[in-house]
Ligand binder design. Structure first.
Ligand SMILES: Cc1cc2nc3c(=O)[nH]c(=O)nc-3n(C[C@H](O)[C@H](O)[C@H](O)COP(=O)(O)OP(=O)(O)OC[C@H]3O[C@@H](n4cnc5c(N)ncnc54)[C@H](O)[C@@H]3O)c2cc1C
Length: 519
């Protein structure tokens, strides 16, 4: 006889687990099915380089989760199940080829001091933007935390209109549509301040000239000093472990090594299709009396549907959902922190190397054309500054994210053959800013774009974002028209994850939105 649950969740990414935990706590009979041997999707901590060195293979910065709805609702339970966050007073800095740097600190006056030393002409604009964030934050965060479109989002807009007036609302719309180059040209004079800001766009797929990059960069750059940065004590996996424990403690189950091969369907009352459960690889059937929740990249979902349903135009449309460009990760075990020429960089959680806006624009153009960027944009995480327990005494780890790489290489080479060479180029580039770094390396593990997809099928061709975030695929358009509001065009089938609003990152918001619908 088929196993039966109220809610079946496919995939144990942060959003699948968040939805399941919230539903389990509210008394629903929930199961999470995960194809991998471990839960967590793009959150995973492993000793991947050498014994005693604990690396976050994918996400490290848990700031979005810390400020998100799941933490607000389940924070106490997660803490009781061993999850603890470590804040950093010095979230990020950018270093430049002349040996200078600008650091953003949780203390706004310290940030202004750092900026004044390198780009005094931009201090006034920085302070104005800091004040603006204080005014805008409740409305921006309110919108990002609401389903789109929804009554809650309209209420937030209405409150914003009353507080800011029509011109104020138009300013927010402008911010949401503006590129980082346009925003930084309007606000700053120094190429260094412009780069400090624009590098955050590159965390998503907002190259300097792409519309829509200013909003995220504004929230992360100016917000960096307001919200700081946090990492999980012992590694980001501690969050996954705590969520799994909360699910189990509330009668739910997370079952690994269980790939869902098909979502079963029946005719719905409205003459369309209705999800009724899933079939696992090997043939086991699990029925869902209330709903199936998919944490699968939407682009991959038609393959899980019966062939006749997958062929319907409303379903096939999601196959057009475009990935962002690819990412490579380099994990390094070190004898000491990098000997940055800009010595203070040793005290920051993230070190960004763009170095400048034009370099980032060229990097993106190269990657989009299938060429290996000459000057890759780098996010270098130094988690052992905040959490020394991730490495043996006195040792350190680096988390190096190489942003904007080709999904497909234009010449006939393959990532598997060139990844190590490209990683050498990356390390040589960092050495220019931290001479002597390579002599400190104990061990290194490179994860190429195809490796990312091998770890997690949702990371199509190494796209770390679960789908491009360009405006045509964002807000109420995510993932594609007809698949919005966390519903597939099939009754009782709900979607969450990076490919749905509000997009990538470890916030858990889309999982929370689905849980709210199903409670
Ligand atoms: C290298 C890298 C670095 C990042 N760094 C950060 C960071 O520092 N901070 C941040 O906020 N975000 C970061 N992100 C983004 C963030 O990690 C992801 O956006 C987020 O974790 C995605 O969560 P998700 O809910 O979409 O599910 P995913 O993490 O994509 O997990 C989905 C799960 O579903 C499973 N699955 C898929 N199909 C099936 C099936 N048919 N049957 C069963 N299981 C299935 C997969 O195996 C996977 O485990 C990073 C991402 C990457 C790749």
């Amino acid at each position: 006889m088929a196993e039966s649950k109220e809610v079946v969740v496919i995939g144990s990414g942060i959003n699948g687990l968040s939805a399941a935990a919230l539903l389990a706590v509210s008394g629903k009979k929930v199961i999470v099915l995960e194809s991998n041997p471990v839960a967590g999707g793009a959150i995973r901590t492993e000793e991947i380089t050498a014994p005693g060195f604990r690396h976050d293979l994918f996400a490290m910065n848990l700031g979005l989760f810390a400020g998100g709805p799941v933490m607000a609702q389940l924070g106490d339970q997660l803490a009781a199940h061993g999850f603890s966050l470590l804040p950093s007073a010095k979230p990020f800095c950018s270093v430049y080829p002349d040996g200078s740097m600008i650091g953003v600190e949780a203390d706004a006056s310290a940030t202004v001091h750092n900026l004044a030393a390198v780009a005094p002409e931009d201090v006034h604009a920085w302070e104005e933007l800091t004040a603006k964030l204080g005014i805008w934050a409740p409305f921006l965060i309110g919108t990002l935390g609401s389903d789109l479109p929804s009554v809650a989002a309209v209420k937030t807009l209405w409150k914003a209109h009353r507080a800011l007036g029509t011109t104020g609302i138009y300013e927010l719309v402008k911010l949401a549509l503006q590129s980082t180059r346009s925003f930084t040209d309007e606000n700053f004079s120094s190429p260094k301040t412009k780069a400090l800001f624009a590098t955050w766009g590159m965390h998503l797929d907002f190259a300097p000239d792409v519309s829509g990059g200013a909003l995220f960069s504004f929230l992360e750059t100016i917000g960096g000093q307001l919200f700081g940065m946090v990492i999980g004590e012992g590694g980001a996996s501690s969050l996954v472990d705590a969520l799994v424990s909360v699910i189990e403690a509330n009668g739910g189950e997370v079952r690994c090594n269980s790939r869902v091969e098909q979502i079963t369907m029946a005719e719905s009352k409205r003459k369309g299709n209705r999800a009724t459960g899933v079939v696992l690889e090997g043939g086991a059937v699990i029925t869902a009396s209330r709903a199936v929740v998919s944490n699968v990249n939407p682009r991959l979902m038609p393959a899980l549907f019966p062939a006749s349903v997958a062929a319907e135009p409303a379903i096939k449309r999601v196959e057009k959902f475009q990935p962002g460009l690819a990412t490579m990760m380099i994990h390094v075990a070190l004898n000491d922190l990098p000997p940055w020429t800009a010595t203070e960089a040793r005290t920051y959680n993230y070190v960004h190397i763009g170095p400048y806006v034009d370099d980032m624009a060229m990097t993106y153009a190269d990657a989009a054309a299938g060429r290996l960027p000459h000057s890759p944009t780098l996010v270098i995480g130094q988690p052992t500054i905040t959490d020394p327990g991730r490495a043996p005494d006195g040792k350190h780890i680096l988390w190096i994210q190489v942003r904007m790489l080709p999904l497909d290489l234009a010449d006939d080479s393959h990532w598997d053959d060139i990844a190590e060479d490209y990683a050498d180029r990356v390390m040589a580039k960092i050495e220019e800013y931290a001479p002597g770094l390579n002599s400190l390396v104990i061990a290194r593990t490179v994860m190429s774009p195809p490796d990312l997809e091998r770890y997690n099928v949702n990371l199509i061709k190494g796209d770390s974002l679960g789908g491009s975030h360009h405006p045509s695929q964002f807000f109420f358009l995510r993932p594609v028209p007809g698949w919005g509001r966390h519903r597939a065009p099939v009754d009782d089938l709900y979607i969450c994850g990076a490919g749905t609003w509000p997009g990538g990152g470890v916030g858990g918001s889309s999982g929370a939105m689905v849980a709210k619908i199903l409670k």
